[in-house]
Design a protein around this ligand. Structure first.
Ligand code: ATP
Ligand code: MG
Length: 338
């Protein structure tokens, strides 16, 4: 049934909660750009999922939806082939969420490691909304509405993608084989640490280098980042394994990082020189991204891309819903999708 497509499909995306940063780049953006022509690519701007934590201030969404789209375009997403769309404007995603929620148990969601961690971060442990607990079900609908095969995401999202895999398997067993079981794919650096040394660079914490930062922002942020606290003098031997900047060397300056590691341990490169090199490396990465952003920043360009992508997503959602209704025997008046 429904899995025959000209190309395999990618579905991935971001919550419009603020500007994207280097963590997004290494965790997910880099993979989606690399694979965008090999796969038929759908990029979701997950505004409904944002409401699972930000339902009390929806007024930021309008700007953030455009901002996140611009960030995707600035890193090289090609709008002539990838389809960028707004989640709340694809009604089939909401429909699928309802159908999936009939057979996904509350226990499966409550015990999901990502839900547990994020509930802690947001202080939701004792007071969780139905929508927050259920966001993995809604995310299964985001992925499966276009019958996606591959989901490039950061490591923190892997347990949530597991719910999508389970949903696809369970639906296929219960009704008929409509959905592929989507595979997740993490970047080489599946979790980039924050500038403050915290486990994850995160826009909610604000410990980030943003893709839209100016050369001056980059310099200030890198030069004031935490390094090895035991290193006071330039020639003290360093401990690169606990240094934030060294983890960035590994993520963004792979070729030079073994040499930097050796010199840091030997005390022959100081933190200032190591940081200065990092500033250059990040600027080499973000300079072209900044230039591409400026090209897409002209009035109306982003809106046009989003409207066209959303139209395509709705069409694909319509095809999937025909299969779903047929499989579930709820195509009462048009059996077989006539
Ligand atoms: P929020 O705090 O609003 O949830 P976020 O920084 O976690 O924001 P999301 O929009 O939830 O960002 O995540 C988008 C994608 O980027 C996901 O695939 C996520 O796994 C990935 N990602 C986010 N931060 C990092 C990071 N520091 N390292 C690697 N991947 C990341
Ligand atoms: Mg997140």
């Amino acid at each position: 049934m429904g899995n025959e497509k000209a190309k395999k499909r990618i579905l991935t995306g971001d919550r419009p909660t603020g500007p994207l940063h280097l963590g997004h780049y290494v965790g997910s953006l880099q993979n989606r750009v690399r694979l965008q022509h090999q796969y038929d690519t759908f990029i979701i701007v997950a505004d409904v999922q944002t409401l699972s934590t930000n339902f009390d201030h929806p007024e930021n969404l309008s700007a953030d939806v455009r901002q996140v789209t611009l960030d995707n375009l600035s890193v090289g997403l090609d709008p002539d082939s990838a389809k960028v769309f707004v989640q709340s404007m694809v009604p089939q995603i909401a429909e699928l969420t309802v159908f999936f929620s009939m057979f996904i148990t509350v226990n499966r969601l409550k015990h999901n490691p990502t839900i547990k961690t994020e509930a802690g971060q947001y202080g939701f442990e004792d007071n969780m909304t139905y929508g927050f607990l259920g966001y993995p079900v809604s995310q299964a609908a985001d992925i499966l509405f276009c019958r996606a095969d591959l989901v490039p995401v950061g490591e923190d999202q892997l347990p949530v993608v597991e719910v999508s895999r389970f949903t696809a398997r369970r639906f296929n067993e219960l009704y008929a084989p409509v959905f592929p079981e989507p595979q997740s794919l993490s970047g080489d650096t599946a979790r980039l640490v924050g500038l403050d040394g915290q486990a994850k660079m995160s826009k909610s914490i604000g410990n980030c280098i943003y893709l839209s930062d100016s050369p001056e922002d980059i310099r200030t942020k890198v030069m004031s980042a935490v390094t090895d606290p035991a290193r006071i003098h330039r020639d003290d031997p360093g401990h690169p394994e606990i240094c934030t900047i060294f983890s960035y060397q590994q993520a963004f300056n792979r070729d030079e990082s073994p040499d930097i590691e050796e010199r840091c341990r030997a005390g022959t490169i100081g933190c200032v020189a190591c940081k200065k090199r990092m500033v250059q490396v990040i600027e080499e990465l973000l300079g072209p991204i900044r230039e591409r952003r400026a090209r897409f920043e002209k009035p109306g360009v982003v809106d046009e891309i989003l409207l066209a992508g959303t139209e395509e997503a709705r069409k694909e959602g319509g095809r999937t819903m025909e299969m779903v209704r047929g499989a579930m025997h709820i195509d009462y008046f048009h059996p077989g999708g006539q």
